[in-house]
Design a protein around this ligand. Structure first.
Ligand code: 6CS
Length: 311
């Protein structure tokens, strides 16, 4: 039989690399085949999620950036400066986090989803038309964010005018001037050619792009134990593979951007310049707790404890 797996990116982007590794492993170790659906083939992120919940898809990769509407607690990944920039710490967090491995699965299960894994895709940086050295520079900048309320709060706190839009509209909206900025992981700034329609890249170290892979829960629960094992092992292999893959990608992506557009301005803000953005994190954290109550508080506390444990 054939299992259908959709993701939010192209085949050669991070989610696509993960999906291909997963497919390779499942097919090498079972009689099942996996059919992959990259971005655009089945609609936007919200569409593939609906299809996975309905059981039309067996597997889906959706980043918490879009899951916020469904599972508000998933927005914890948008509290600025929560995730570490240090790769070793970041990777041990994703490997060992109790929040990810124990607290999130029941929340996804409530939505008919079996959470299989979460992994990082790279450091998130902003692209804008003008240089950004402080929140004041984002004043009146219409800044595209993924459709989640906490990311809106976050960019309000950073001084911008956040504009939630689906993925497919980013490039065109930058080109026509409907928005003047957006944020994404470094590889995506390169692969989606964001540098063609924006002139400045600014990294403030506020986040690493996290994504999640899930199965339709009824489908997963109905699998024989041997098949569940095949799925879990394939997830483990793809997870190990992608941790290494994404770690190499950040630097290489900026090199490619500089090659394609030598006049690009890339600013990695200093600790001093980052401070006002860091100061804004407190109010975003408060907004997260307002949106999610006790369950959110528990997840945030556990994330912090998990991160503490990686030190
Ligand atoms: O910004 C977005 O909408 C997209 N960014 C990434 C890195 N992956 C998928 C997501 O849809």
């Amino acid at each position: 039989d054939t299992w259908r797996y959709a993701f939010e990116e192209a085949m050669d982007e991070v989610q696509g690399k993960f999906a291909q590794k997963f497919k390779e492993e499942v097919e090498a170790n079972s009689d099942h085949t996996i059919q992959l659906f990259p971005f655009g083939t089945l609609g936007e992120s919200a569409d593939i999620m609906e299809q996975a919940q309905a059981g039309i898809l067996q597997f889906v990769d959706q980043s918490p950036g879009f899951t916020g509407a469904l599972i508000p607690e998933a927005q914890v990944f948008f509290v600025p400066y929560l995730l570490p920039q240090d790769q070793e710490k970041l990777q041990s967090f994703f490997r060992e986090s109790k929040a990810i491995n124990e607290l999130f699965p029941p929340l996804y299960a409530d939505q008919g989803l079996e959470l299989l894994t979460m992994f990082p895709e790279g450091e998130v940086c902003m692209t804008t038309q003008e240089p950004v050295h402080s929140p004041a520079d984002l004043d009146e900048v219409k800044f595209r964010v993924m459709t989640n309320p906490l990311l809106v709060k976050s960019y309000e706190a950073f001084g911008a005018t956040p504009t939630p839009l689906p993925t497919g509209e980013i490039y065109g909206a930058l080109q026509t001037g409907i928005i003047q900025g957006q944020e994404n992981p470094r590889f995506y700034l390169e692969s989606m050619k964001m540098y063609e329609v924006t002139d400045v890249i600014t990294c403030i170290g506020h986040n690493n792009f996290t994504t999640a892979v899930m199965a339709n829960k009824d489908f997963y629960d109905g699998l024989a134990d041997g098949d569940k094992e095949v799925v879990q092992n394939a997830i483990d292999v793809a997870f190990d593979y992608i941790l290494d893959y994404q770690a190499e990608l950040d630097e290489a992506s900026f090199d490619k951007i500089k090659e394609a557009k030598p006049e690009i301005e890339i600013n990695i803000l200093s600790d001093e310049e980052r401070q006002p953005f860091k100061d804004a994190a407190g109010q975003v954290e408060e907004a997260f707790i307002e949106m999610t109550g006790d369950t959110g508080q528990k997840i945030l506390d556990q994330m912090k404890a998990d991160l503490e444990a990686t030190n």
